[in-house]
Structure formats: structure tokens, C-alpha cells
Design a protein around this ligand. Structure first.
Ligand code: NAD
Ligand code: TYD
Length: 340
């Protein structure tokens, strides 16, 4: 079995690559990644030593380059993680989100049609369902919840989902889609809430909480997400969507307080800053379909996962420094410099 993973030098893709190398040693894992700002090639240092791992630096928008890789490797399964993934960046510059997340997905699916595959899996997000009100804790996203997006990011992901469903119906491409809640864990780029707050707290820098910090996210440890995708690949049905999440809702301010407490840092570091435009209130996944039909369930509780995550960043400050030098400083100044 040859499994082609796009975006494998990013956060979730790299965790997925390591899971495959460990759990499916008889498979060949091909990683295709353009290495944008969000990737750190050192993330794949350990993977590079495996004989059954191959890395290609390629842009999923580049039809010729992608076809060449498919022609050479003939993957049986394609898992598409490659994306522009940060909501705040999509508000600043939507165009690249449309190009990578929509056109890039189409290029990959065209290659799948041309060369033939057993499965194309689109890694999607619960953000395609829009948000839920804070005062209705009884509501959850189900697979049949209407798509109703808020940000250019979520809209580009929803567009890719629709395209994937269309390729299944029109061309019979064996497509599956998973929609997961917010992930946390090793190798997450420090523009996202948890690693950004960990990094700032370690360095005694202010922790910029948007608005009043009451927005709710449903957190899933990244390894649980990876096992969920594996379950979809091996037990899921083509043409189906599966929600992945672990019923772990927390207000942002709660998460920030937990990080400060774990690191023994004072709450005076918390700084409330101007809210995100169009900020989604609450995400909450109903994962019962994946649990019933695939036998999947998360195994890492947040109280354990957040400790593992903080420890990982403390042990990998060199990795963090590689991510936060150069362009990151400009990004940080642009996004947070005048945000009081
Ligand atoms: P990430 O930003 O950490 O990584 C994205 C990876 O894609 C990077 O390695 C980058 O170099 C690569 N990439 C970007 N554009 C590319 C292109 N044109 N060609 C080839 N490679 C390209 O993202 P992530 O957090 O690991 O998310 C992975 C996927 O999971 C995304 O599709 C995202 O929408 C989805 N998702 C993420 C979360 C989350 O909490 N992070 C939750 C649900 C779903
Ligand atoms: P983020 O990690 O960007 O994920 P998403 O927007 O895709 O859910 O943000 C998680 C939550 O944290 C979201 O409600 C925005 C908030 N947030 C802050 O309050 N401050 C920050 O500096 C960042 C990056 C996010």
C-alpha cells in the first residue's frame, strides 16, 4: 500500500506521517509539501531515516508536478492535509486560501482520476458548519448540519468539500471527508492559540486574548485526530462525511489560564486585545457517527494532552525558535503590534 500525504511537513500531517510509519510499517508513505511558512522541514528529520518514507517538495497547485509524482509513485490512497490553515491570515489575504485550498484540492483529485486510486481523503474542519450560539449548549455539529461559513478560510475548506462530493457523484471518485474540531499537540505552528500562548508565556510576553476570551473551541489531541483519519481510510465508506471530535469544549480564557498555571506563570500576562473580525462563537462536534460506524474514540483527555503538549514545547524550544525567527517576527508585529 502506498499512501500519499500532502501537507505532511505541517502540524497534523506530520503527526499523521509518524503514526503511519509506526502503525503501518509495511506501507510506503509519500509526503508532498510545498514547505510554506507553516512548515518546518526539521519536523520530518526522524521520518527521513525510514526506507519506506519519501519526501517531495511540491506545490499541490502545480498540476504538472503533481501528475509527475503520481506517475512515478502510483499511490493507492491520498490524504490531503495541505492547506492554508489560519483564520487570521485568511482575513488579511483570502486569495491564497482559495488557490491552495480549492484549486489545489481539484488538482489532486484530477490526478487521482487520471492515475486511479482506491481512496482520496479530504481533511476538512468543523468550521465549515459555521458557529453555534454560546447560550445553546444543547446544539452540536452533525454531518447533516448545513454548511454555513464565516471566514475566508472556512469558506475555502467548505468549497473543497463540495468539490470532493461533486467528484464522487460525477466521476465516481472514491472520496471520504473528515471534519475535525480544533487540534492541539506537538509540531503546531505558533500562530495558533495554544502554541502561541505557550511560547509567549515561556518568554514572559503578554498573552493576547481576543475579545473577552469567551469563544468556545472543542479541543482534540492531534494523535486522536490521526487515528480517526486512519479509521475513516480503513473502515469508512466512499462518499461519506465523518465528524471527529471528543466533546471537550473550553472557552479560550480557560485554556489560557490552564497554560499559565501549568507553566507557573502569572495571570497578569493575560492581555485582552481587539476581537477577530467575524469571530465564530462556539464549535462543538457530535462524533457519534464515527464512534458507531468506525469504532473510533479519542483516548487522550485534555488535562493529560495539554500537559504532554506543554512538555513537548519545553523540550523542543529549538524547533520553536526555528519557527519564530525571521518572518514570524514581522507577522507578529503586523497582527498584534497595534491590537490594544
Ligand atoms: P498547517 O498550516 O500546520 O500545515 C499545512 C501544511 O500544508 C504545511 O506543511 C504547508 O507547507 C503545506 N502546504 C500549504 N500550501 C501548500 C501547497 N500549495 N502545496 C503543498 N503543500 C502546501 O495546517 P494543519 O493545522 O496541520 O492542518 C492540516 C489540515 O487539517 C488542513 O487542511 C486544515 O484545514 C485541517 N484542520 C486543521 C485543524 C487544526 O486545528 N489545526 C482542525 C481541523 C482540520
Ligand atoms: P485559532 O488557534 O486561530 O483556531 P480557530 O480560529 O481556527 O479556532 O484560535 C482559537 C481561538 O483562540 C479562537 O477563538 C481565536 C482565539 N485566539 C486568541 O484569543 N488569541 C490569539 O492570539 C489567537 C491566535 C487565537
Amino acid at each position: 500500500m502506498t499512501i500519499l500525504v500532502t501537507g505532511g511537513a505541517g502540524f497534523i500531517g506530520s503527526n499523521f506521517v509518524y503514526m503511519l510509519l509506526e502503525e503501518r510499517p509495511d506501507s510506503k508513505t509519500i509526503c508532498v509539501d510545498e514547505l510554506t511558512y507553516a512548515a518546518n522541514i526539521h519536523t520530518l528529520n526522524d521520518a527521513m531515516s525510514y526506507d519506506n518514507f519519501v519526501f517531495y517538495k511540491e506545490d499541490i497547485r502545480n498540476r504538472e508536478g503533481i501528475n509527475e509524482i503520481f506517475g512515478k509513485e502510483h499511490p493507492d490512497v491520498v490524504v490531503n492535509f495541505a492547506a492554508e490553515s489560519h483564520v487570521d491570515r485568511s482575513i488579511e489575504n483570502p486569495a491564497i486560501f482559495l488557490e491552495t485550498n480549492i484549486i489545489g484540492t481539484a488538482v489532486l483529485m484530477d490526478a487521482c482520476r487520471k492515475y486511479g486510486i482506491e481512496r482520496f481523503h479530504q481533511v476538512s474542519t468543523d468550521e465549515v458548519y459555521g458557529d453555534l450560539p454560546l447560550d445553546r449548549p444543547d446544539l452540536f455539529f452533525r454531518e447533516d448540519t448545513p454548511i454555513h461559513t464565516s471566514s475566508p478560510y472556512s469558506t475555502s475548506k467548505a468549497s473543497a468539500d463540495l468539490l470532493a462530493v461533486a467528484y464522487h457523484r460525477t466521476y465516481g471518485l472514491p472520496v471520504t471527508i473528515s471534519r475535525c474540531s480544533n487540534n492541539y499537540g506537538p509540531f503546531q505552528f505558533p500562530e495558533k492559540l495554544i502554541p502561541l500562548m505557550i511560547n509567549n508565556a515561556i518568554n514572559d510576553k503578554p498573552l493576547p486574548v481576543y475579545g473577552e476570551g469567551m469563544n468556545v473551541r472543542d479541543w482534540l489531541y492531534v494523535k486522536d485526530h490521526c487515528y480517526g483519519i486512519l479509521a475513516v481510510l480503513e473502515k469508512g465508506k466512499a462518499g461519506e462525511v465523518y465528524n471527529l471530535g471528543g466533546h471537550n469544549e473550553k472557552a479560550n480564557i480557560e485554556v489560557v489560564r490552564i497554560i499559565l498555571s501549568e507553566l507557573g506563570k502569572p495571570e497578569t500576562l493575560i492581555t485582552y486585545v481587539t476581537d477577530r473580525k467575524g469571530h465564530d462563537q462556539r464549535y462543538a462536534i457530535d462524533p457519534s457517527k464515527a464512534m458507531t460506524e468506525l469504532g473510533w474514540a479519542p483516548t487522550t483527555m485534555f488535562r493529560d494532552g495539554i500537559k504532554l503538549t506543554i512538555q513537548w514545547y519545553k523540550d523542543h524550544m529549538d524547533w520553536m525558535q526555528e519557527c519564530t525567527s525571521g518572518d514570524y517576527l514581522k507577522y507578529y508585529e503586523k497582527m498584534y503590534g497595534n491590537r490594544q
